[in-house]
Design a protein around this ligand. Sequence first.
Ligand code: 6PG
Length: 471
Amino acid sequence: MAHLGLVGIGVMGGAFALNLAEKGHDVSLLDRSAEKMAKVVAESDGLAGRLIACVDADAFVKSMLAPRSVLVLVPSGGPLDSVIDMLKPLLDKGDLIADLGNSNYTDTESRVAAMESVGLQFLGMGISGGAEGARNGPSIMAGGSRESWARVKGPLQDSAAKFEGDPCCDWFGPGGSGHFIKMLHNGIEYADMQLIAEAYGLMSNGLGMSAKKIGKVFQGWMDGPLNSYLIEIAAEVALAKDPKTDAAMLDVILDRAGQKGTGRWSVIEALHLGAPASMMAAAVEARNISADLETRLQMEAAFGASPKPIPKEMAPKKKTLKALEQAMVAAKVCAYAQGFEVLSRASEKFEWDLNLAAIARVWRAGCIIRSVFLDEIADVFDKGDEKHLVLSPVFQEHMKINAPALQAVASFGLINGHAVPAFAAALNYHNMRRTGRSTANMIQGLRDYFGAHTFERVDNPGEKVNGPWHD
Ligand code: 6PG
């Protein structure tokens, strides 16, 4: 008999089942495909005794000791609701369902309320790291009641990635807070990936470098502040060859990006919260535009291809590659500053009392955005410099050193016709944030002119007045 069950034995679920079993936990398995379960058990290398493959939901529930904790790793939305509907009548009061998919946090809020109203418990947990992470240690962000979390904390922390011994798995707050954090993880992931794609484009179309040479540059960046999983795999992707043609893999991959929605949701939520998220927005928009290949080809035929080689006088190669690395650092600081600002606003609005340092800590290993950089962020938040990441002494220093390179890279990219939406968004964000006297006085003047919306005077802030426009 097991205390823990896992529904959805696909690539991720199967890998996670093996991980839990390896950490000494007995797990009941349920999937529509008996074959998939049999495959996991067959490949379990001596762990088969800890895995109970069940023929149906009834057998699954009966194979577990109460109180039961059921982890569900199926696609969010309809498939998850079907699993909940199937299990609900079979479970006893006090049993727990934990959703480990990429669910929208508002759906999680509703599910927590609905399950609690019938005496069942529900946790919404983001899990990051892909199939490899699920097998060897993912990063896990949980939300729901503290009591529910206490039930699954042990096995989940055992199975999670460790950073210097600390499990990258924590509970952050009630309701949908765990899924909100995972959504923002993905929003930041989108921005990080878009920056990598733009750097690749500048090296490839701007400096005329081969995929192999670009791969070597990414490898070199692993020795500096950009050291991260995404840069590591960017090097591998750039260096890989197509087994069919022997060309660089990057040269045979169609430039049409997919997306499942978490990046877009992050931007929508940021807009609702009034928090800047221009870098995630730039990344989502770049994917949207990339997906419409047909229109891009028509526009290229009409206007000519946009990106031009960057003249050597403007950007000598060695100097430019250094500037690109520095621009990446500055832009990354902006992306994370935006991401954590969204989290902080959400925490305030929904009264989640999120611990930003703890969030940075669970992202240090196991997840897709893992990097040395997150350890620095955790330190800043631990010291209580929570308001604006960029104002903390350590990140101020990063920006002072690297922002000039961001300005140079975004500028020579744009001047030479390269689309660099994430670099430009980072630079605009930084420039707007560091401008004490902005141009919003004009906006206020216009609003007051056409709609009598009032404005404040510089010599008497706080008082709402109208202008002399219509006297
Ligand atoms: C992770 C990933 C994972 C996945 C997302 C984003 O943390 O392991 O973020 O959740 O990659 O679904 O996928 P899209 O790029 O398809 O939106």
